[in-house]
Ligand binder design. Structure first.
Ligand code: NAD
Length: 497
């Protein structure tokens, strides 16, 4: 692609495209073709300041704070409809910039609007309370007020979906927003925001600053007018953001990584379990925070399950993500490709055996794309790095266990706690395991199901706070308490009662 035919993506501030104040740009690549297809504005602290000021102005004056919650809710509904109307273009951009499968994106974009519809419906249903005071002559109530300017920082693996999880409740609560998408996949976010404004979102309510983490993300987190940071990404960055935010006493929610166990018992329906294990790790090329990257399998069915998982994963069609029939797409970024291949080396050096894959894909249909063969390691011990560290790619570590007690111990022997799968036909065991496994979500006889209605988030190093479900809107509210004296006698001013 020539410099001339390349797409250009400026930032988006206060309702208009915003060129980088320092005049710098960077390139974004198509992971299947392995070539540059667009240039994106490389923002700096100066651009962050302009964007945050726009969001702050939109929060304090203009149409946004004057709208009733019902009006805001109705607007969110229209925003959801607008996304549905532009689903094809948005999906195409995501496929090109991220390498996500068309087969996945066409489905994903059809349910992204649900977040706007659901939180739009919730916008005028969050109520304060009248407090049953134990003091005579007073009346007190609480109000739910938007936190204020919110920074949304997103990763590259599912830019539009993960943005919707944050943006819909933030807007429903009445916040204004500055988004910092991943430097690897900024295009779909910019296009989405243009769609929202075309549908009636007032200028300045949502702004986008693109660029690198340290150059844009850091200044955004530290900006004095930003009151809340909603972050999805790696635990290392999340920890850093949490430290920065703590210094300024800002609200933070963090959706971080995982090393989720998919636990198959001897009494499981093995047909379903094998499907669930394969989809848990190889869907989206394993580049999901909830990837079931540790297969814990009862020793009595270990060999059979491994044989069947290897067989099924071995049939995966790799290649052009635009092709409806492709089942495993490329790795999204060059550094991630290097990281996945490095972990494959680490696993081998630790003594694990590659029962499938274990190298970069060289199939003709993969062209010069960044592909890794679906990889399954057996002979893994839970203390190995391949069982403890997040690979974020199509690499499964298989670990046998002897009984329920050991399955729980291995599952919980992880610094992460995002998701877990339990495959069993014993209802009592399903309940026991759901209780004992430390994770934000447990799926029984299924894996990867998510919904706008179902709270999602992690325990331990997998994060803080919850997205989705009615309670998620609370992440974007402050509670104010109002006291009225209705006739309380004045009391001793030097004593608090
Ligand atoms: P990352 O942490 O490298 O980057 C995430 C975002 O943070 C990017 O926009 C990046 O530019 C920004 N960033 C980087 N340094 C920063 C800094 N110093 N200050 C502020 N912002 C900074 O993560 P990634 O590689 O883009 O995404 C993959 C990770 O995301 C994986 O660990 C994965 O598990 C996690 N993830 C979690 C969830 C979830 O919901 N729990 C969902 C998807 C991905």
């Amino acid at each position: 692609m020539t410099e001339k035919s390349m797409r250009s993506y400026p930032m988006h501030v206060d309702g208009v495209p915003h060129e980088p104040l320092d005049g710098d740009w960077f390139e974004t690549e198509d992971p299947f073709l392995g070539e540059t297809w667009a240039r994106v504005a490389r923002g700096s602290a100066k651009d962050v300041d302009v964007a945050v000021s726009a969001a702050h102005a939109a929060f304090t004056s203009g149409p946004w704070p004057r709208m009733t919650r019902t009006e805001r809710g109705a607007l969110l509904h229209r925003l959801g409809d607008a996304i549905a109307a532009h689903a094809t273009e948005l999906a195409e951009t995501e496929v090109r910039d991220n390498g996500k499968l068309w087969a996945e994106m066409s489905g994903q974009l059809s349910y992204v609007p649900q977040w706007f519809h659901y939180f739009g419906g919730l916008a005028d249903k969050v109520e304060g309370a009248v407090l049953p005071l134990d003091k005579k002559g007073f009346f007190a109530y609480t109000r739910k007020e938007p936190v204020g300017v919110t920074a949304i920082i997103t990763p590259w693996n599912s830019p539009v979906l993960l943005l919707a999880w944050k943006l819909a409740p933030a807007l429903a609560a009445g916040c204004t927003v500055v988004i910092k998408p991943s430097e690897f996949t900024s295009a779909s976010t910019l296009e989405l925001v243009a769609v929202l404004e075309e549908a009636g979102l007032p200028a300045g309510v949502v702004n986008v600053v693109t660029g690198y983490g340290a150059e844009v993300g850091g200044p955004l987190v530290e900006h004095p007018l930003v009151r809340k940071i909603s972050f999805t990404g790696s635990d290392a960055t999340g920890r850093h953001i949490n430290e920065l935010a703590a210094r300024h006493l800002k609200h933070v929610s963090l959706e971080l990584g995982g090393k989720s166990p998919n636990i198959v018992f001897e009494d499981a329906d093995l047909d379903s379990a094998v499907n669930g294990v394969v989809s848990g790790i190889f869907a989206a090329t394993g580049q999901t925070c909830i990837a079931g990257s540790r297969l814990l399998v009862h020793e009595s069915v270990h060999d059979e399950v491994v044989r069947r998982v290897v067989e099924l994963a071995g049939t995966a069609r790799m290649g052009n993500p635009r092709d409806e029939r492709t089942q495993v797409g490329p790795i999204t970024t060059r550094p991630q490709l290097a990281k996945v291949l490095d972990y494959i080396d680490v696993a081998r050096r630790e003594g694990a055996h590659a029962a499938l894959g274990g190298h970069r894909a060289s199939r003709p249909e993969c062209g010069s794309g960044w592909f890794v063969e679906p990889t399954i390691f057996t002979g893994v011990h839970n203390s190995m790095r391949i069982a403890q560290e997040e690979v974020f790619g199509p690499v499964l570590a298989v670990i046998p266990f002897a009984d329920e007690e050991e399955a729980v111990a291995i599952a919980n022997d992880s610094r992460f706690g995002l998701g877990a799968g339990v495959w069993t036909t014993d209802i009592g065991r399903a309940f026991r395991m759901s209780e004992r496994v430390q994770s934000g979500t447990v799926w029984v006889n299924t894996y990867r199901a998510v919904s706008f209605m179902a709270p999602f988030g992690g325990v331990k190093d997998s994060g803080l706070g919850r997205e989705n479900g009615a309670a998620a809107i609370e992440e974007y509210f402050e509670t104010k308490t109002v006291w009225l004296n209705t006739g309380a006698p004045s009391s001793n001013p030097f004593v608090m009662r």
